[in-house]
Write a protein that binds this ligand. Structure first.
Ligand SMILES: NC(=O)c1ccc[n+]([C@@H]2O[C@H](COP(=O)([O-])OP(=O)(O)OC[C@H]3O[C@@H](n4cnc5c(N)ncnc54)[C@H](O)[C@@H]3O)[C@@H](O)[C@H]2O)c1
Ligand SMILES: *[C@@H]1O[C@H](CO)[C@@H](O)[C@H](O)[C@H]1NC(C)=O
Length: 432
């Protein structure tokens, strides 16, 4: 295809030696026509520009509403207030982000059950099947927990929430999770785990009173660490994935808000959480689905054919860790955007302390599903997974008596029971 630089269309008309009148007239007519059409094009261009400007203006005007139109109004405020109501002596009121997620839904239910006020927040993104998130939300609403549909990047919505309710705590569990997906969609990690975190902390710093913040970091911050078990004081400056890097960044960012504004911060490094209502993108979950559907599963092996191992932690134990952190958190010390005194900053591992290899985990699933898995063994590609994780939890034990009690066999039995009741044994099998 010729480019415009070929110039055929824009060569200046060089007057020739022979001046034929009819040709000149024709040219003049042609020029006149050309200029009219040029004007017409300019007019068209201006109209288009104005239209574009106006639509951009209205986009800006609608401001944060671009994130969601699902918040605001008297009815909405009423639902938020009712959900935040505390129903026990010395209870707390907690804003739970990621409440339609796996951990967030469990934590919300546990808090509500003991009489605390809970308001959920989730953007119901489609990283995995949003209908699972909607079903978790329905479960929460059956217990009178309202989940606001919105994005943690929506500063106006957050300001409104803190204006309506004097939250004592923020339980921040919203995030872009998953290690491998970071290579497909890196920006989603920056959006939720970095930009969103900052927007939330800004809202907390401004809120009066400031809430105490408990949030989910990840065991992935240990990255290329080889010393086992992982202790909180171990190196965390060698992340193996962008996910891990954004969680590590979160630990530093929260430290800044602790230091400058007096926000009380507790960061929790979860170790491979599993259980009922879990995340379909995680291995134990997708293995279960594939085994039941007769599809092969891929099991990665580490260097020298070493089995990968994870410190699988049952959801109820994680919930206990989250609530223990919340109950032992000191108050934030700032107000009006200024720190009055040094505030608490803590980081805890929340794991199970007994790593299990992936083939052993598959063996447990096979036994409980009564189906043999079709296994594909593959060398682990360098895509962000680490060979093993193992938590040292003595710090959380000392601080608030954290003590996991569910082993993988028991926990997977509960997961499988839930899976079969939710999806049925034939889920997806007979679909042509
Ligand atoms: N499950 C694990 O094994 C594990 C391990 C380590 C750390 N974590 C961390 O624990 C937290 C909870 O994890 P999970 O397993 O429940 O994941 P999840 O994906 O089930 O829950 C996260 C929820 O946050 C929501 N969300 C994401 N971005 C949002 C945004 N910008 N605004 C509003 N909502 C948003 C999602 O819709 C989702 O419902 C996350 O921070 C995760 O990184 C989980
Ligand atoms: C576990 O962590 C504690 C600090 O919380 C440390 O004193 C202890 O030595 C660690 N244990 C191991 C086995 O690394």
């Amino acid at each position: 295809m010729p480019s415009l630089e070929d110039g055929e269309m824009f060569l200046p008309s060089t007057p020739g030696k022979f001046k034929d009148k009819s040709i000149t007239m024709h040219r003049q007519f042609y020029r006149c026509f050309a200029s009219t059409s040029t004007m017409f094009l300019w007019a068209l261009f201006l109209v288009a520009l104005t239209a574009a400007y106006l639509s951009f203006q209205s986009f800006v005007d609608s401001g944060s509403r671009y994130f969601s139109t699902a918040w605001g109004g008297i009815q909405w405020e009423k639902q938020v207030r009712a959900s935040a109501q505390i129903r026990r002596h010395n209870g707390v009121s907690v804003l739970v982000t990621g409440a339609a997620g796996f951990v967030g839904s469990h934590v919300s239910l546990a808090l509500k059950k003991r009489g605390d006020g809970v308001v959920g927040l989730d953007n119901f993104n489609s990283y995995y099947d949003p209908s699972l998130k909607r079903d978790r939300r329905n479960l929460l609403s059956s217990q009178n927990i309202f989940v606001v549909e919105g994005d943690i990047n929506d500063a106006r919505m957050l300001a409104k929430l803190f204006e309506i309710v004097a939250f004592t705590h923020l339980m921040h569990l919203a995030a872009q999770a998953g290690v491998r997906y970071a290579m497909e969609n890196p920006q989603s990690y920056v959006h939720s785990n970095i930009a969103g975190l900052v927007t939330l902390l800004e809202a907390c710093k401004t809120a009066d009173p400031q809430p105490a913040v408990v949030w989910a970091s990840s065991s992935s911050v240990y990255g290329l660490n080889e010393k086992a078990p992982f202790s909180e004081s171990d190196r965390t400056d060698r992340p193996a994935s962008l996910y891990a890097a954004t969680k590590k960044a979160g630990e530093e960012i929260t430290h800044t808000y602790n230091h400058i504004y007096g926000l009380s911060i507790t960061g929790l490094r979860f170790f491979t959480v599993y259980g009922p209502w879990g995340r379909p993108d995680m291995a134990y979950f997708s293995f279960t689905r594939n085994i039941l559907q007769g599809k092969p599963i891929t099991i990665y092996k580490g260097k020298n054919h070493v089995d990968l191992a994870r410190d699988f932690t049952y959801i109820d134990d994680i919930v206990k860790g989250c609530i223990g952190s919340l109950d032992s958190a000191k108050k934030s010390t700032g107000s009006g955007g200024k720190k009055r005194a040094a505030a608490q900053y803590r980081i805890f591992n929340l794991g199970n302390t007994s790593p299990v290899t992936v083939p052993m985990m598959v063996g447990i699933l096979e036994k409980q599903l009564k189906v043999k898995a079709k296994k594909h063994m593959l060398e682990m590609p360098g895509n962000g997974d680490v060979p093993f994780t193992h938590a040292n939890i003595s710090s959380a034990r000392k601080e608030f008596g954290y003590k996991p009690t569910t082993d993988l066999q028991t926990g997977l039995r509960k997961f499988v029971r839930w899976y079969l009741s939710y999806y049925g044994y034939d889920h997806g099998k007979s679909v042509k």
